[in-house]
Structures are given as structure tokens and as C-alpha cells.
Design a protein around this ligand. Structure first.
Ligand SMILES: [Mn+2]
Length: 356
């Protein structure tokens, strides 16, 4: 079989089944849709045109479920998560002692704490962030466009316009690349300030029929947390700081109301798992559904720091109204009437109080 006939699914499966090659494409550690699509498609491109190459997604495997727009797109294209390589995939240990040619997408400075490679070179970079002037031995394309996937698309465009294209470029792949371009450019809306002419041109080249529908599906998928467990919801968007009283975590979660959250399966077990995994002393959960803000305070075993008296100063600023004591874990649940106070406000308030 000629290499150009290899389709993306076959490519991913064959890369996941074997020992990893010495050429790796790595996306950034946010591992958003742009990074996932760019790493897979750039690896596919290099694999067909240069040498055997595998994408590596820069997160542990269990974290992929948190990126609901990513799992939506993988589902839509019927790409099994088991065919993807993550930081904690067993194959990663194969590459740690070889000389690895790294290809960076969606970021341009390699941080070796993720892969712990003994010997490597950054062999190429395709990115849309500002250039950190990090060493690169080969091809480097850094352009401030809306989506890195637009820059990857341009490689396919050039290849397809040649008399003998080197890669097979299917409708599925077009759809895959179109996802992050639409999401990152807010449906190619110039007024949002994130769209560049290149994004528009590359999207046109992909010729995707119902653009608005795809954008709507992606936006919905991104905010749909209905399939996530309590454990996933808590770690999906969490910030923390350490104070003299210990580790303080503030999770922000959009979607359910407190009542719905409290009715979720394994509420206590999942919360305890999260708390013990990160050695948390104080966990604050900000729950937002439409215009309703709710605040849940829970304190890890052995700490009695947050009580109603202690919190009175914060109560005033956030206009907290106590809803209930949640038994058996003595959590405190409030409705937050000051809906302007997002986590950007709430976090420093707790920080200065716990440090003061
Ligand atoms: Mn990006």
C-alpha cells in the first residue's frame, strides 16, 4: 500500500500500537482543541511527507474528558481515545532515552519537565503565539493568526495544490481542522478581534458546508458538563494558593445549581478524593448557573478554620446569604448575591483573609 493512502484513523491506530518513532509532535499543555487537532494533523503530515512521526498530547490521559469540546470532536470523527498518546501512556518510556526530534505546535518553547527526555532537538515549530526565540534546528513558522490549525491547514493546502500531492486529505480531516479555526476565531467574526485573514482563507479552503451549525455544536460541547463526575467538575477549572493555613483551592464550575450538584452521585467520595489527592485544607467551590452564583465551602478534616464567624467580613463583600449546612460533612453553602464578584475577586479576598 502506498503511504499516501493511509487515512488518519489507520495512522493513529498504527502509531499507538507500536513503539513510538523518534519524531514526535507535541502540542501545548492546555491541550485545547487547537492543540489536539494541530498535533494530530501535523504528525500525520510529517508522517506522510518526512518520516514516521507520532503526536503526543501534553496531558495525562484522564484529563482529556475535561476538555468536552475535544471529546466531542473525537467522537464526531470516531477517533478512539485509546489510539492517542498522552504524557502517561506506557509508550512514553520508550522515547525517554533515545534522541528525539521534537516538533512543537501551538507553543514555541519546549519545557522538558513534561517528557523528561535525555536527548532531543526541537526540529520544527508551527505556532501562533508570540515568538519566545527558542532554538529550533529546522522549519519554523510562527504567525499571529487566530488558530494554529489555520497554519497547519496551509501545509495541506500547499501540498494539495501540487501536481502530485503527498498526503491523502479526506473530508474528515477537513472537518477536524475546521473545528479549532471556528472556535478560536469565534466563528470568523472579525469584530471579536481574534480572526485574521489567514483563518478565513484556510476555512474557505476546507469548504465545510454548514459553518454556523458546526460553530454552535462546538460552543455547546465546550460548556456541556453534563457527562462529568463531581471529581471531574472540581478539577476542570481550579485555582489554588498556599497560605499559612495550608492549601486553598477554588474550583469554579458552570452549569448545575447547588441543588443539582448536591444530588450528583458520589458527591462526598469524589470531593474527598480530590481533597486528599491535592492535600487541600480549604476547598471553595463557586457554582454558577446563568445569573445564579453559589458558594460552597468545605474544610478538610482536622481544620476548623472556616466558620461562620470567620467569614463575616467576606460575607459582606460578596453579599452571601447562607442557604444551608450540608450534612454529614458540615459544608457551608451560600448564595452569592454580588454576582459581579467572579473568582478574580473572590480568590484575593480569601487570600488576604487567610494570610492576614
Ligand atoms: Mn492555539
Amino acid at each position: 500500500m502506498s503511504r499516501k493512502l493511509v487515512k488518519m484513523l489507520t495512522f493513529l491506530k498504527s502509531r499507538a500500537d507500536k513503539t513510538l518513532p523518534s519524531s514526535i509532535v507535541l502540542g501545548n499543555n492546555a491541550c485545547d482543541l487547537d492543540s489536539v487537532v494541530s498535533s494530530i494533523m501535523y504528525a500525520y503530515f510529517l508522517d506522510a511527507t518526512v518520516e514516521p512521526t507520532s503526536p503526543v498530547l501534553c496531558i495525562p490521559k484522564k484529563d482529556v474528558t475535561l476538555r468536552t469540546e475535544v471529546t466531542f470532536m473525537l467522537d464526531k470523527l470516531k477517533i478512539p481515545i485509546d489510539d492517542l498518546i498522552f504524557l502517561d501512556s506506557p509508550q512514553i518510556s520508550d522515547i525517554q532515552y533515545k534522541h528525539i526530534r521534537l516538533h512543537l505546535v501551538d507553543h514555541n518553547k519546549y519545557d522538558n519537565s513534561y517528557l523528561n527526555l535525555e536527548s532531543f532537538e526541537v526540529a520544527s515549530i508551527v505556532d501562533h503565539h508570540s515568538d519566545e526565540n527558542s532554538p529550533c534546528t529546522g522549519y519554523k513558522k510562527i504567525e499571529r493568526v487566530g488558530s494554529c490549525a489555520s497554519l497547519i491547514t496551509s501545509l495541506f493546502k500547499t501540498d494539495q495544490s501540487s501536481p502530485n500531492p503527498a498526503v491523502s486529505f479526506t473530508d474528515k480531516m477537513r472537518l477536524f481542522l475546521a473545528g479549532p479555526i471556528l472556535l478560536d476565531s469565534v466563528n470568523l467574526d472579525f469584530s471579536k478581534g481574534r480572526t485574521h485573514q489567514v483563518d478565513v482563507e484556510m476555512f474557505e479552503f476546507l469548504s465545510i458546508p454548514d459553518r454556523d451549525k458546526l460553530f454552535e455544536e462546538l460552543t455547546k460541547a465546550k460548556t456541556d458538563t453534563s457527562q462529568l463526575s463531581v471529581y471531574d467538575l472540581l478539577r476542570k477549572d481550579c485555582k489554588h494558593f498556599s497560605s499559612k493555613e495550608g492549601q486553598v483551592y477554588i474550583a469554579s464550575l458552570f452549569g448545575p445549581t447547588w441543588e443539582q450538584f448536591a444530588a450528583m452521585p458520589n458527591l462526598i467520595e469524589d470531593t474527598q478524593k480530590f481533597v486528599s489527592e491535592h492535600d487541600i485544607n480549604v476547598l471553595i467551590v463557586m457554582i454558577r448557573s446563568d445569573e445564579l452564583f453559589q458558594l460552597l465551602l468545605t474544610v478538610a478534616h482536622g481544620t476548623h478554620l472556616i466558620s461562620e464567624d470567620c467569614i463575616s467580613d467576606i460575607t459582606d463583600k460578596l453579599e452571601l446569604v447562607k442557604l444551608q449546612d450540608y450534612q454529614p460533612d458540615s459544608w457551608l453553602v451560600y448564595e452569592q448575591l454580588n454576582i459581579k464578584a467572579s473568582r478574580k475577586v473572590v480568590l484575593p479576598l480569601f487570600k488576604s483573609w487567610l494570610e492576614g
